[in-house]
Design a protein around this ligand. Structure first.
Ligand SMILES: [Zn+2]
Length: 189
């Protein structure tokens, strides 16, 4: 009975338009480990392969790009969100910084936070936009199917995140982000 309940819940989460289905472990590939922490960064396989190609090309161009955070479960996002609520004082304030559980692009397995190899202090910080890595990404990421999810002054009112990129390089990935593209205010943060 329990497994039936879980599969019912999974079905419901798949059809809710405001919520993406979480990928299965088998659909995920490791794109790297986060610096010295040993924490694995994983993405859906298509996105992962595209990111590995992107990082390889950047390296050839003399730019070191590292993956900071990829796939995160809804449960993990819930934890991050609650910590942000505690830090910023309210859900309304927190949502400008951390997506609500079920609304973060990270649980799709198609979004990734990127950093510069030699600039760990810029990880997930606004000053990442001043790195060589960011300048390289602005020029070349689209070629590999990646775009910035939250540019400056985005219509969703999400804080500018120069480090956060999403993969739209396949029709399937584009479908995942279609609600966000069609209806930018109500969709994912
Ligand atoms: Zn992110």
């Amino acid at each position: 009975m329990i497994s039936r309940e879980i599969s019912k819940e999974k079905r419901q989460s798949e059809i809710r338009p405001d919520r993406f289905a979480e990928p299965d472990d088998r659909e995920l590939l490791v794109v790297g480990t986060y610096r010295q922490t040993g924490r694995e960064v994983r993405m859906r396989s298509d996105a992962a392969r595209a990111l590995l190609d992107l990082m390889e090309q950047a390296r050839k161009d003399g730019v070191g790009i590292v993956a900071v955070s990829g796939f995160r479960t809804v449960a993990y996002q819930e934890n991050l969100f609650q910590r942000a609520v505690a830090k910023y004082g309210s859900e309304e304030a927190a949502v400008r910084w951390v997506g609500r559980p079920g609304h973060s692009e990270h649980h799709t397995g198609l979004a990734v936070d990127l950093g510069e190899a030699d600039s760990p202090a810029c990880d997930v910080e606004p000053q990442f936009e001043n790195t060589q890595a960011f300048h390289w990404l602005q020029k070349h990421a689209a070629h590999f199917g990646f775009e910035l999810s939250y540019p400056r002054d985005n219509p969703r009112g999400v804080h500018y995140e120069p480090w956060h990129w999403r993969f739209i390089g396949t029709p399937e990935a584009q479908r995942v982000f279609q609600p966000a593209i069609r209806n930018p205010k109500s969709a994912l943060a």
